[in-house]
Design a protein around this ligand. Structure first.
Ligand SMILES: *[C@@H]1O[C@H](CO)[C@@H](O)[C@H](O)[C@H]1NC(C)=O
Ligand SMILES: *[C@@H]1O[C@H](CO)[C@@H](O)[C@H](O)[C@H]1NC(C)=O
Length: 253
């Protein structure tokens, strides 16, 4: 072979090899839906309404489920569509404990569809969660098992005009559950003195056992909420110090 031709062949081989590498890498990263822990996310409806400056009508006066999320993975199977029929039996409970807080006239199941497609399809890697019925059913079970509302009450942490220290809330939860939770707040707006308690995350292993939300010594990362596209969210990890735990709007009698 002439030297020039040989160089061309060599060059082509190198290009091909590089292209193959990239291609393989692309496949790997697009198929990488690995995660380590499940996060049971509960939110305080009055804060959710405040966050989006929505006049929610009669927000629940108890903590409700935001979602059951896999950390580090989202939208793991775009062809696994939400199917309302699969969770029909759960709807009564879902309306109470997993309601769409932000839409005052919710399209039934819009929120659940979003949660399933974004988070459920990842959680479904576990046998215990590998159908929509299991995913939402287990979410409800975990929520009921945690009984966050009554636990907070037991420690005298009830919605009020007084402020609570974040450390006290954290200690109470760590005491009850034996693990470190993650607590999120709405930062103070211009005219406000303190942050507002908004969301509590409790984490589970893939065996559905409670575990710390943070690794030992790991700083708490800021994490944004995960509302459907178009809805701004301002929750971040609470700062040490006081927080407002707002009573629900007094529209209910
Ligand atoms: C995605 O979901 C579809 C529908 O349930 C299923 O047939 C398919 O096996 C899933 N793909 C993966 C990679 O899990
Ligand atoms: C959870 O966090 C606490 C406090 O930082 C620590 O003492 C404990 O060892 C952690 N547990 C695990 C399983 O890492």
């Amino acid at each position: 072979m002439e030297p020039a031709a040989a160089r061309r062949v060599l060059l082509c081989s190198v290009c091909l090899a590089l292209w193959c590498l990239r291609c393989a890498h692309g496949l790997r990263s697009s198929g990488n839906h690995e995660w380590e822990k499940l996060i049971m996310v509960q939110h305080w409806p009055a804060t959710v309404c405040k966050e989006i400056e929505n006049n929610c009508r009669n927000p629940p006066d108890y903590w409700t489920i935001h979602g059951l999320w896999a950390d580090k993975a989202e939208k793991c199977n775009r062809s696994w569509h939400f199917n309302f029929n699969e969770i029909k039996d759960l709807v009564q409970d879902m309306k109470i404990y997993w309601p769409d807080v932000i839409h005052s006239e919710p399209v039934l199941s819009r929120f659940w569809k979003h949660e399933w497609e974004k988070h459920g399809t990842c959680a479904a890697q576990l046998d215990a969660l590998n159908s929509q019925k299991k995913y939402f059913g287990k979410g409800l079970d975990l929520y009921k098992g945690l009984a966050l509302n009554s636990m907070l009450e037991k420690f005298g942490i009830i919605p009020s005009g007084n402020y609570y220290q974040i450390a006290d809330i954290k200690d109470a939860l760590a005491n009850v559950y034996g693990v470190i939770p993650k607590i999120q707040c709405l930062p103070p707006k211009q005219d406000e003195e303190v942050q507002t308690l908004g969301q509590i995350e409790l984490c589970f292993t893939k065996d559905l056992q409670l575990r710390n939300c943070t690794e030992h010594g790991e700083p708490e990362a800021r994490r944004r909420g995960a509302w459907p596209a178009g809805v701004a969210t301002g929750l971040e990890v609470c700062k040490d110090g006081p927080a407002f735990y707002p009573p629900p709007q007094e529209t209910k009698r």
